[in-house]
Design a protein around this ligand. Sequence first.
Ligand SMILES: [Fe+2]
Length: 361
Amino acid sequence: MPAPDRPRVGVDVYLEWLAREQIPVTEDFGVDLLKVPTARWARYETDAAAVHLKGRGDFLNMFVLDIAPSKSTAPQRHLYEEVLYVLDGRGSTTIETRDGRRHSFEWGPRSLFAIPLNTRYRLFNGSGSARARLVSTTNLPAVMNMFHDESFVFANDWDFAGRVGSDKYFNGEGDFIPIRPGNHLWETNFVPDLAAIELKPWSERGARGSNIMFILADGTMHAHISEMPVGTYKKAHRHPADFHVMCVTGTGYSLLWYEGDSDWVKVDWKHGTVFAPPDAMFHQHFNTGATPARYLATAYGSLRYPFTEGKRNALFGGVSTSVKEGGNQIEYADQSPRVHELYMKETAKNGVTVRMEGLVA
Ligand SMILES: [Fe+2]
């Protein structure tokens, strides 16, 4: 009990819980997930770390799980949503639902999957010699702060049967749900390889780009993947915090700045990089490599369940409208000339030909 002269106010129950778990925490604007230091997490019986990005927002965190060769995580079930992305290694996941159904699937680099809420699951490293490293984006901070009761979150036997989905969602298949360019949906629980999934053209964000959005395990957690062709970059835009951006293929950089700033933050990215644009910070993504660049973004508030008004607006076109028309996107014609100048220099270093003809004067 707190002493009477130390009133219990201003508490973040998630951070209190995390301190008791005694795993390392990495905090930064951007992070190389492949280099995040991990240590034994008794709860999972594997090495792990928490990652807190500056733009993680009020609801989300990340966990890095580093599974030793031939080892597995201890069985888990919990009342928060979790979207996992495989950074390195190969293995499998088993998921047991309350009706006795047991699902398992094999993952490798660039796999993406979600654990249906409160189902019992384990992660297995399938290699006898190499470690496996996965990163999860979770809404544990939101859930822990809402209920502030650890047992309710980790020892709750409620069956969310409606979130499990069809058997095919566990074997790499899914349902394509056409909405509109930029919003087309792929509903599943497991994507074997984000580098291989077919994307749909999305012209509004520029650069002849393409994307697809995901509904994973009928969740409130959002994910989407976007691709920029060689020699191109997207338009700058801004939206609420907590989109965790991870490079999947290729190389490039992003610029981030607040309205009125005279300079920007530059984040160079490659496989393993993650950063989260903070609330209302403009950001712009640039492909500088000789191959198309794909990035994954995870966030709170999905296209099906946007959860906040800010996400509802961001996901349904508010970000694709010019700031001149009250939106949150900077058209190519309105961007600082320095943006294109820097891009010309950065691509020249790699001998890449810029393909922005017809887009930037
Ligand atoms: Fe964004």
